[in-house]
Design a protein. Structure first.
Ligand SMILES: NC(=O)c1ccc[n+]([C@@H]2O[C@H](COP(=O)([O-])OP(=O)(O)OC[C@H]3O[C@@H](n4cnc5c(N)ncnc54)[C@H](OP(=O)(O)O)[C@@H]3O)[C@@H](O)[C@H]2O)c1
Length: 429
């Protein structure tokens, strides 16, 4: 048996404690696969006085840099979260020749390009997207024989739970959010999830891997789910769709990166992904469609990805780096399509006066701006204003915006109450 490899665990919260539990539960198997013993020498936390029940004899410190600098540490596991000091600690460890395993999507989305170009073989980040679902390695290695032009993901469990509850129980966004908080699926301050920003970080990472080119958060068009009304989920259902917060990376002559609520046909595999479950759908030119689905968060699922990376790091260290990765980015930065140039079918709901001829006025405004209508639901003869709901054929965002401006100005229109994209999957948009 070879000598023990020293490990520093930075963070012993949800994910860090899961890592320790998995190492305790499956130590023999894991060490056999890692080629020898793994010795967790340090655990860095913020508070040394917090009571903890950790299955380890490692030294506890509130100075993570001390653990990183220990020459007996070969692998640093960063599961603290946040951009700093995590980025600095990761970079320090890499610069010292150590391997780093991280679950930190913020660090990888914001600094991944720089770090991966400098240290392509020693930074491991399977847990940074979709927690327990293996998706980084499949994109980076298993699907290497494919050209991938599209990635569609449900990569935020909180928002998927909220949308599933609004759809299935007919409750409001506020009620579903309160339920998610009570169940521990949403933070007290859920802004990061609800705004789509969490999913946007993960999309940057998925796009970098799928398209082998660097992207940044500024490239992603982001809309959250905070404005969604249950009525729109009900109309979507009538049209044969469900509403999901989708992360979309698509490559045509330009790359399109967007996170937004979208109507998805009920028969699409992603439409059936409910609750806190995550899923990533890709289409390889050799494999055809593939979907990776499972627990996108949680202590043991996320730790499962972290430990797999730890084993990979140990194997690389023990084989003296004999399995080098080629450069991740084989391409320069492709052109990223600005939002106004994007083309998509749209779902639109207007609140209008209940009078003959209103539909014709709106249809005419659409026509003047090259937006054609695919289907309509008209509710009428009740209390004013009434709903008039459309699904359009694919339209340029710029044309749609002009049409909406004209429609908003019509005296018969009270309000443009909803405007959502329709996503039909590859080849159908
Ligand atoms: N939770 C999930 O299901 C999940 C899923 C996928 C990815 N991730 C990612 O995994 C990372 C960790 O998440 P988590 O949920 O495990 O977080 P957490 O439960 O809040 O735990 C964070 C841990 O890091 C320690 N810590 C924080 N800042 C520190 C500092 N400056 N110095 C030393 N220690 C510090 C904390 O110490 P104290 O214990 O003293 O507070 C705590 O032990 C994040 O990047 C997150 O995005 C989490």
């Amino acid at each position: 048996m070879s000598q023990a490899l020293g490990v520093a665990l930075l963070g012993a919260g949800t994910v860090g404690s899961g890592v320790l539990r998995i190492l305790e539960r499956h130590r023999e198997r894991i060490e056999a696969r890692a080629g020898g013993p793994l010795d967790v020498r340090w655990i860095a936390v913020r508070s040394l006085t917090k009571p903890r029940d950790l299955p380890t004899n490692a030294r506890l410190t509130d100075d993570p840099l001390e653990a990183v600098h220990d020459p007996g540490v070969h692998v640093v596991i960063e599961v603290m979260g946040g951009e700093e000091p995590a980025t600095h600690l990761i970079e320090t460890a890499l610069a010292q020749g150590k391997h780093v395993v991280t679950a930190n999507k913020v660090v990888i989305a914001r600094s991944g390009q720089r770090l991966l170009e400098a240290y392509p073989d020693r930074l491991h980040y399977e847990a940074s997207v979709a927690g327990g679902i293996p998706i980084i390695k499949p994109l980076q290695e298993c699907l290497i024989a494919n050209r991938l032009d599209q990635v569609l993901g449900i990569v935020n469990g909180t928002t998927n739970y909220i949308l599933s509850r609004m759809d299935q129980a007919g409750i409001s966004f506020g009620e579903a959010l309160a339920e998610a908080q009570a169940a521990g699926y949403a933070e007290a301050d859920p802004t990061y999830d609800i705004s789509g920003l969490d999913a946007a970080h993960k999309l940057v990472i998925l796009a970098m891997l799928a398209f082998e080119a660097p992207f940044s958060l500024a490239d992603v068009h982001v809309e959250g789910i905070g404005q969604l009304e249950t009525t729109d989920l009900a109309y979507a259902r009538e049209f044969g769709y469900t509403v999901k917060l989708l992360a979309v990376a698509r490559r045509e002559e330009a790359v399109e990166l967007r996170v937004h609520p979208a109507l998805l046909p009920r028969e699409h595999p992603l439409a059936k992904v409910d609750g806190v479950t995550n899923a990533v759908f890709v289409e390889g030119d050799a494999t055809g469609p593939l979907m990776f689905t499972g627990a996108g968060a949680g202590s043991l699922p996320t730790a499962s990805s972290v430990v797999a990376d730890l084993v990979e790091a140990a194997r690389r260290l023990r084989s003296q780096g004999q399995e080098p990765n080629g450069p991740l980015f084989r391409q320069g930065r492709p052109r990223v399509r600005p939002p106004e140039e994007m083309v998509s079918p749209f779902y639109l709901r207007f609140r209008v006066v209940d009078r003959p001829g209103v539909l014709a006025q709106i249809a005419s405004a659409f026509g003047r701006h090259q937006v054609s209508i695919e289907s309509v639901i008209q509710r009428g003869r009740g209390h004013e204003p009434v709903d008039l709901v459309f699904i359009t054929h694919p339209a340029r965002v710029a044309s749609l915006s002009q049409a909406l401006e004209a429609i908003r100005a019509l005296p018969v229109v009270h309000q443009v109450a909803a405007c959502l994209r329709v996503e039909r999957g590859w080849g159908h948009a």
